[in-house]
Design a protein around this ligand. Structure first.
Ligand SMILES: NC(=O)c1ccc[n+]([C@@H]2O[C@H](COP(=O)([O-])OP(=O)(O)OC[C@H]3O[C@@H](n4cnc5c(N)ncnc54)[C@H](O)[C@@H]3O)[C@@H](O)[C@H]2O)c1
Length: 385
């Protein structure tokens, strides 16, 4: 079994170390900040104790998992690793410098991966002498709990490394999907309307925040409403992802960020972590009531779900991933109640197209353009599955 090196012992690196060690690998976890390494070690010990107490892991297995993780302060120990996953700060220049340095240390067939959420794998790979062994392995937070892993080959990646990595991650009790090296990969691209369209509905005054959240959970079947979820993720982080995707798509209006969220972020109303976001989380504050009008609620769900389906269909149209992988990504990566393409089949493609066209007619904004794939399928009477 190959030795796995992880760079960056922040929230992602620590979680990935736990996943790899649980799958039986010897793991080297490196950080250039000794405090971060100490925190990672203490955190993993605490988590493993909790899993043992709950009976999810036996005491001996828990001890074995922890003993497989070594904490190091530089990547010079990575000479005998078979795979290195980088999970450091989201900065292209710093990542490129780390990859360049790494290549002088690791063996010639060691696979080099980045956990980046938003940077291009092609540009990270370009820092390497052997870019064909570089790819993206994108875990979701928290890595041990979230089933989905997006694997992203760059244009330079040799298919043999892609095959090796997908086979390997499969053995880590994860669902692997393969995504094209484009902004947001699958999940962070297709999920944008869940936030963006909810914000637009709010900004237009069609419904207030608790009503939109109620509609999307009670009628739409989503686990969390968009505003509750944005408060949970953090409005700073969620806003940055939206802005990054928007810029990366050459300012396509479909991904335009909302001032509402920008102002919240600027004000420090980041969500649960600061005690205030769209909602006030102080103990003595009563949660505002939703207007539980079924007709209004259904209108909200239909609009947001239609926009999500349009985004998923367009991702398929542009070959970002297979239809199966797009549906798996949204159910396993962000816990959607159904795959969006399967949902489109259930609603009926003709109806989805009509809803998109109605939105377009109302606003005459490019944001509401219908995916050519949906339009073609409607004409030909086709379904996704
Ligand atoms: N947080 C998420 O929800 C999430 C989800 C998926 C992917 N990601 C991606 O994973 C990566 C890490 O994110 P995070 O949230 O764990 O960040 P984090 O800030 O929690 O951790 C980053 C760690 O990297 C260390 N570091 C920075 N530069 C380093 C270097 N040159 N060498 C060694 N260590 C270095 C820092 O000390 C820090 O401990 C980013 O690329 C991010 O985009 C994050």
């Amino acid at each position: 079994m190959i030795k796995v090196g992880i760079i960056g012992s922040g929230s992602m690196g620590t979680g990935i170390a736990q996943v790899a060690a649980t799958a039986g690998h010897e793991v080297l976890l490196c950080d250039n900040n000794p405090e971060a390494l100490k925190r990672a070690k203490a955190y993993l010990e605490k988590i493993m104790n909790r899993l043992v107490e709950k009976g999810r892991v036996s005491r001996s297995d828990g001890e074995a998992i922890l003993s497989r993780i070594q904490y190091v302060d530089s990547v010079y120990a990575y000479n005998d690793t078979g795979l290195v996953i980088e999970a450091i700060v989201e900065n292209l220049d710093i990542k490129k410098a780390v990859f360049e340095q790494l290549e002088d240390i690791v063996s010639s067939d060691c696979i080099l991966a980045s956990n980046t959420s938003s940077l291009s794998i092609a540009s990270i790979a370009s820092a390497c002498k052997k870019p064909e062994r570089v790819l993206g392995i994108h875990f979701f937070n928290p890595a041990p709990l979230m089933k989905l892993v997006e694997v992203i080959p760059a244009i330079q990646t040799d298919v043999s490394y892609l095959t090796k990595v997908t086979k390997l991650i499969d053995t880590w009790n994860k669902e692997v999907v393969v995504a094209k090296d484009t902004p947001g990969f699958i999940v962070n691209r297709v999920a944008r309307p869940f936030y963006g369209e909810a914000l637009r509905i709010y900004e237009e005054g069609i419904a207030d925040i608790p009503t939109i959240d109620w509609a999307m959970t009670a009628l739409g079947g989503f686990r969390m409403g968009p505003f509750t979820l944005m408060d949970y993720i953090g409005n700073d982080i969620n806003y940055t992802v939206t802005e990054t995707v928007f810029k990366a798509f050459y300012y396509d209006p479909r991904y335009k960020p909302a001032f509402t969220q920008k102002r919240l972020s600027e004000a420090g109303y980041l969500g649960r972590k600061t005690g205030r976001g769209y909602y006030d989380y102080k103990e003595d504050v009563e949660k505002p009531e939703a207007n539980k009008d079924d007709q209004l609620g259904q209108q909200i769900v239909d609009r947001v779900v239609t926009m999500l389906i349009n985004e998923a269909a367009d991702a398929l149209y542009l070959n970002i991933a297979s239809k199966e992988d797009i549906d798996t990504a949204m159910t396993k990566g962000v816990n959607y109640p159904k795959g969006l393409l399967k949902w489109a089949d259930e609603i009926g493609i003709v109806r989805v197209v009509k809803r998109m066209d109605d939105l377009y007619q109302e606003y005459l904004e490019d944001r509401y353009r219908c995916s050519p794939l949906l339009r073609k399928m409607a004409k030909e009477g086709k379904t996704f599955f």
